[in-house]
Design a protein around this ligand. Structure first.
Ligand SMILES: *Cc1c(COP(=O)(O)O)cnc(C)c1O
Length: 385
């Protein structure tokens, strides 16, 4: 099998599993317990927290551990929204559903939400952010890098504006951490969501960076763990694994970046050369190095995924969620794509386990199956395939 769906999830690194293992059978204490078992578990969490913080240049006590990117996003939106008397939130039209769905709920509660448009590359214009900020605005939430097309947003520029206007700025950085350097202090970020399973850590764990003077309301109440911001006995082994994954991502970021760039460049160049009527979507430069997003005109992306799967290649049309419910991507629609362009889309996302041989094989398979699908395409006449 060739796995090119690393934006959906990644294999857990061997070193991560190794460091998680003792926390299942030997060091199984409850971190809140006073005895040695408890203390060991508690210090393991603190050590992991330090590693998570270090990846984004945060302080250790600015990291709230959650169950993943989804919970981090929900915590940021409700946590700021419910604490404020101001009821206006600015976000973008290309956010992950873990932002858009809580926004819908907040709208029902009486919040006013502004969904900023994007250009054809999927970029938000910082001037739009500035213009939409009003005296009622309590939060700006703009994702760091898009999960479908990989476009990296002008976070620094937005951070500058929100700092000047003293508005809390949240960013969903799930696809960006570990891929590109992120310094929350330098970028003027107040809240930032991350997830473990997108960077070779275990599923079901993530974090929300909360700048030290930003206050949020907790989503989950109970025993008061995580400084009262997220109650419930900590998922110790997974937290440890996430810490290790952050450490590994930090240590090998430059090396991985270069590797992903090399593989992507090869795949893009070859596909564009070998397969006619194909377009690379997203921004040509401002994109995370492991993301490739194509439109193959005259082809149905879902048919393509099935054919690729038959050839032992795992890929996606976009976000994992939108594939299951078979709806047209809201991201591509916001980028102004035609129905045909959206239909023919394919996302290939690289990971640390991918090889150059896998790229070569994928190019050959794509060439073959796109040709097969185009031979029976309703657009056959239009393009003269
Ligand atoms: C995967 C993803 C999420 C959700 O993270 P989970 O840890 O799977 O809940 C949120 N935002 C983006 C951009 C993602 O890619």
């Amino acid at each position: 099998m060739i796995y090119f769906d690393n934006a959906a999830s990644t294999p857990v690194h061997e070193k991560v599993i190794e460091e998680m293992n003792p926390y299942f059978k030997e060091q199984y204490g409850n971190p809140s317990s006073i005895h040695k078992y408890g203390r060991l578990a508690s210090s393991a969490i603190q050590n992991a927290r330090k590693r998570i913080a270090s990846l984004i240049n945060a302080e250790i006590n600015e990291i709230l551990i959650t169950s993943g990117g989804t919970e981090s996003n929900n915590t940021a939106l409700y946590g700021i929204g419910h604490r404020n008397k101001d009821k206006h939130i600015i976000t973008s039209s290309i956010e992950h559903d873990a932002i858009l769905e809580p926004c819908k709920r907040l709208e029902k509660e009486g919040f006013q939400i502004t969904y900023l448009p994007v250009d054809k590359y999927g970029l938000v214009n910082p001037e739009d952010v500035e213009r939409e900020i009003s005296s009622d605005t309590c939060l700006v939430s703009i994702m760091f890098a898009n999960n479908e097309v990989g476009t990296i947003q002008p976070i620094r520029e937005i951070g500058k504006i929100t700092q000047e206007k003293k508005i809390v700025f949240h960013t969903d950085a799930v696809q960006a951490i570990g891929k590109i350097p992120i310094d929350v202090k330098e970028l003027g970020i107040d809240l930032l969501s991350v997830s473990s399973h997108k960077i070779n850590g275990p599923k079901g764990v993530g974090a929300l960076y909360i700048r030290k003077d930003v206050k949020i309301d907790p989503l989950i109440l109970g025993g008061g763990q995580e400084n009262g911001l997220r109650s419930g006995t900590e998922n110790v082994a997974s937290i440890v694994g996430f810490g290790t994954a952050c450490q590994l991502a930090k240590d090998s970021m430059m090396e991985n970046q270069e590797y992903f760039r090399k593989l992507s460049m090869k795949l893009v160049t070859e596909v564009l050369k070998e397969v006619p009527y194909t377009k690379l979507n997203g921004h040509p430069e401002k994109r995370i190095p492991n993301n490739i997003h194509f439109t193959f005109f005259g082809v149905n992306g879902e048919d393509l995924i099935i054919k690729l799967d038959e050839n032992n290649i795992a890929a996606s049309t976009g976000s994992a969620c939108s594939v299951k419910v078979q709806k047209a991507s809201h991201v591509l629609r916001a980028m102004g794509f035609s129905h045909e362009q959206i239909t023919g889309s394919l996302r290939l996302t690289m990971g640390i386990t991918n090889t150059e041989e896998e790229v070569n094989e994928t190019v050959q398979v794509l060439k073959k199956i796109v040709k097969e699908l185009r031979a029976i395409s309703p657009y056959k006449e239009k393009y003269n395939f």
